[in-house]
Structures are given as C-alpha cells and as structure tokens.
Write a protein that binds this ligand. Structure first.
Ligand code: NDP
Length: 490
C-alpha cells in the first residue's frame, strides 16, 4: 500500500497508543525472495493488537432487550405542567432537552429478527440541566407480573427451553396459566400491536406509577404515555413471520431510513395524574403494573413532544453501550412504591455494571451533559475522567466543602408488618383484559386476529396446557374462550 502521508485530510494511521505505523494491511514476517511471506514475528505489535482486540469485541449482551434500534433527538415541552412538578426540564413551554432512544425486542438475542411478536422496550435518556432522566418504558401499557421475584421466571418462559434450546409454547403457556395476573399484558401482546411493522408506529407507556413532586413538598402520582404521531403500524402475524425471513432488520432499517431522509418521527407525550387521596380510594392498586388507569377516570394531559432526528454515528458506542435505568430521576420526579419499579431500580444499573463495568456512567453515550461531581464513587475498571484528582474521597471533609440540595422531600408514611408476600389472583384482575377485548370489538377484525394469533402460538403446546389456557381465557370472555377452542382444534 502506498504511503498516504501526502494527503492533507486523511487521518494518519497509528497503533492504539498513537504510534504511526507503516501499513495496516502488512505483518512482520520472514520473506522469501519472490515476495512470499511466512512465519510471523511476535514483535509485530500491530498484528497482536489487531487479533487480540478482535477477540474482545463482544461484551455480554443484555439478558433481555438485546436486539435494538437507536436514535437521537430531543424532547420539547409543549404545555405547562408546573402545577404538577418542579422538574427543571419541564418547567417552561418551549424548553428542549437532548434525548437518546433505544427501542428493543425483549426475548430475542442480539441479531435476532425485530418483527417477531414481543413487547418493545422503549428506553429514553433525557440529558437535562439537572442530570439524566431516563424513561424506561414499554410499547404496551401493562406488564405480565407484579411480583419482582417472578421476573426472571417470566423471561425464561418466553425465551428458550433449557433442554432443546428452542422457544417452547408449552413452557410459555404453562407459566402464564399458573401466573394469571399476566392476562391483561397477554391481551396486548397477542393483538396485532404485538407485531409492529414500524417502531415509528408504536406507543410507549411508563407502565409504573411515578410521582411528580414540587418543591413545596406536594406530589401527585403519575403515569406517562407517548403516543405515536405516525399512527399505529402493525403487521399481521403472517406478515411479521414472513418479514422475519425476508428482512430480520426490517424495523431497524425503517427507523434509520426515515430519519436519514428527514422524515423525523415524533411522539406526543401525556401524563395521567392522581392525588394520594384518589389513590387510596381507587378501585385498583395503583402500584400494580398489570393495570392501566382508564382514560375516563384519569384523562390524558399533553405536555410534550419527542422527536427523533439523528441516527447514531456508531451503533456500539452510542446504542450498545447505552445504559438506561428507571432509577435515573431528576428532582421533581420520584419513584412510587410499585414493587416492580423498586426492583427495576436495582436491576438495571446492576446489569449495566456487569455489562459495561463500574464506570459505565462515564461512557460518552451515558454521561450527563450537566455538571457531575460525585467524588465518593472512585477508581474501578476503565475510569477515564480524572477520578476527581486530589479531592477528598470520604464524606464530611472540611478541606474541600460541597454544596448540596436539601434532602428529598418525603411524602409517604408506611406502617405495616414484614411478612412473606405474593399477590393473589382475583376476578378483578380480568376486568381490564375484558375491557380490552371489548375495545378490539370496536375495530373490525381485531378480535378475529387476536384469537388467531393466540391459537397459532398455543397449538404446539401440550394438550393439558392448552386446556388450562382456554380455561384462563374464559375469565376474560366466554365468547373469546369458545372461539379460541375452535381455532386451536381447527
Ligand atoms: P378507552 O376505551 O378510553 O380507549 C381505548 C384504548 O385502547 C385507547 O388508548 C386505544 O389506543 C387502545 N387500543 C385500541 N386498540 C388497541 C389494541 N389493539 N391494542 C392495544 N390497545 C388498543 O380506554 P380505557 O382507558 O377505558 O381502557 C380500556 C382498555 O383499553 C384497557 O383495559 C386497556 O387494556 C386498553 N388501553 C388503555 C390504556 C390506558 O392507559 N387507559 C392505554 C392503552 C390501552 P390508541 O388510541 O392508541 O388506539
């Protein structure tokens, strides 16, 4: 290869520590006359560095949400909600906050098809003036379990069988037959919205209840909802399956192509708000993420818009290394007592520490754009930001004093006994699933598609498991169960 040093614009090729190197395509070897090389030398740092780094290119993939698409953009406040929260980034109409979004399937491994029937994870990092606010949402409004101890079991049942390493309908439905609090989420998963034909055409829901707080100590419980401005876009089950073979990256490609040609997708952002007094009297436990708050009871209030207008320059650096957590909350937003939320606030950063190391917050894609001074988190693998130099690494020093905000305003008082607890399934757990079945009924073809989608998935399961699943659906609707039984037998 000819030297390219004459070029004024091309970068000068170097080794990883900056030493200019002759030819990135050559190795030190014993050369015979006539130009044939053999026997590589151990002194060839370029070759060793290249091979050794290649073997270390992969990092542990996420146990869930491994396959994703990502993009950058911004969140803009469109309506005043300063009566609900004192969060700085929400305090003024027109304020724009840079955002990073990562939209994923849940069960499939990295590289798996992105049109399969699955929940889409919707992770958004908002780089606010008071640190990062993460919204780690899903494209359906409810979840399959409400007791966090069941979370690993749920996910295993949706992935591969321990013996065959195949997805397994018997395992999937056996889990749900015996954990029927998931019925409402199953209704969402098996509608055609479970197979989006474009990520631009999906909604995103906080699922959990959070709190919006104000500096005066007041608060409301909230759920946050992003509704697509593109309209819902779905595949039929048949088309989704076909697309998995034709183009397993269909949804990733669709998002990137739209943004690249300037067709920027956007989502209108809403909040549902509830006072503590309303929460105490409400029909449903608001810390149960298998339930929505019906719109008639708690209407959607618009407050913002998310727009995605930039594709990442590098997938690994910006999307694979991105780490999101519901525990990333700015002043003005706080967690509720939802046990699933409390567990996720541990699990997400724990997964990031495992995948990316203890200093994952220093990676450029995760780093806050506002000032960070956190000198009691020191050292650790891959600490590349100066490590706070000589500053005290212990609390309380008078040698370098700190300013800090007052403690978090505390709103809840809890009294109770510590005991083993696992939620019971009651008839009311089926009421919202029934309501969704009725919503399907208002849209031609949706009930039929739902029955067919479940039947297709249930057919390979063992007969005794099929029977239990059909029985479970009778608690949603006797009609639905009958149609399902007929479809499974057909
Ligand atoms: P409404 O009767 O006021 O509105 C129906 C809701 O269902 C709309 O949000 C609509 O979303 C959504 N929807 C329509 N078709 C489908 C589908 N195939 N899959 C999933 N969602 C669909 O709702 P209610 O609040 O009275 O709740 C009734 C049922 O609607 C609930 O039991 C719940 O399952 C479902 N739902 C409720 C939501 C909530 O936060 N309250 C959110 C989403 C669904 P869109 O406008 O996008 O078409």
């Amino acid at each position: 290869m000819a030297s390219q040093l004459e070029s004024t614009t091309a970068p000068v090729y170097t080794l990883a520590e900056g030493q200019p190197q002759a030819n990135p395509g050559a190795s030190y070897s014993l050369n015979k006359s006539g130009g044939r090389g053999g026997l590589i030398l151990l002194q060839d740092t370029q070759l060793i560095e290249t091979l050794a780094h290649f073997a270390r290119e992969r990092i542990p993939e996420r146990v869930v949400h491994a396959q994703a698409a990502g993009a950058r953009g911004f969140f803009e406040v469109t309506h005043d909600i300063s009566d609900l929260t004192s969060a700085a980034f929400l305090s003024k109409v027109g304020t724009k906050t840079p955002a990073l979004a990562r939209i994923s399937t849940v069960g499939g491994e990295r590289g798996s098809s992105d049109t399969v029937r699955d929940v889409r994870g919707w992770a958004i990092k908002l780089f606010t003036t008071e640190g990062n606010q993460d919204w780690v949402f899903n494209h359906i409004p409810v979840f399959f379990v409400r007791d966090p101890i069941k979370f690993p079991s749920l996910n295993r049942s949706h992935k591969r069988h321990p013996q065959t390493n195949l997805p397994d309908s018997t395992m999937f439905w056996d889990f749900h037959n015996n954990n029927q609090e998931g019925i409402h989420a199953l209704m969402h998963l098996f509608s055609d919205r479970g197979t989006p034909s474009s990520l631009r055409g999906t909604n995103a829901f906080s699922g959990h209840t959070y709190k919006f707080t104000k500096e005066d100590g007041s608060f409301v419980y909230v759920k946050i909802i992003l509704k697509t401005d593109q309209g819902i876009k779905t595949f039929s089950s048949e088309k989704a399956t076909k697309m998995s073979g034709v183009n397993p990256n269909h949804n990733l490609q669709d998002l990137l192509e739209a943004i690249s040609k300037g067709d920027f997708p956007s989502w209108t952002v809403y909040v549902q708000a509830m006072t503590a007094e309303q929460a105490e009297k409400y029909r449903w436990n608001i810390f149960d993420m298998t339930k929505v708050w019906p719109h008639a009871d708690f209407p959607l209030r618009q407050f913002g818009k998310l727009t995605l207008d930039k594709i990442p320059q590098n997938y690994f650096a910006e999307i694979e290394q991105a780490a999101f957590s519901p525990s990333n909350m700015v002043p003005g937003i706080e967690p509720s007592a939802d046990p699933m939320l409390q567990a996720r606030m541990f699990s997400y950063p724990d997964a990031a520490r495992y995948r990316l190391g203890a200093n994952y917050q220093q990676l450029p894609t995760n780093a806050a754009l506002s000032p960070v001074y956190s000198p009691f988190q020191r050292d650790g693998f891959a600490n590349f930001k100066g490590n706070y130099g000589p500053d005290p690494n212990y609390v309380g020093s008078t040698l370098r004093t700190l300013r800090y905000k007052g403690g978090q305003t505390s709103h809840d008082e809890w009294v109770g006994k510590i005991a083993d607890y696992s939620s019971e399934i009651v008839d009311d757990d089926f009421a919202q699933a029934t309501a969704l079945w009725e919503v399907f009924g208002k849209h031609p073809g949706q009930q039929k598609a739902f029955v067919s989608n479940v039947a297709e998935n249930l057919k390979p399961a063992l007969p005794e498991v099929q029977k239990e699943t059909i029985k479970m659906f009778t608690r949603v609707s006797v009609d639905l169960a009958r149609l399902l039984e007929e479809a499974v037998k057909a």
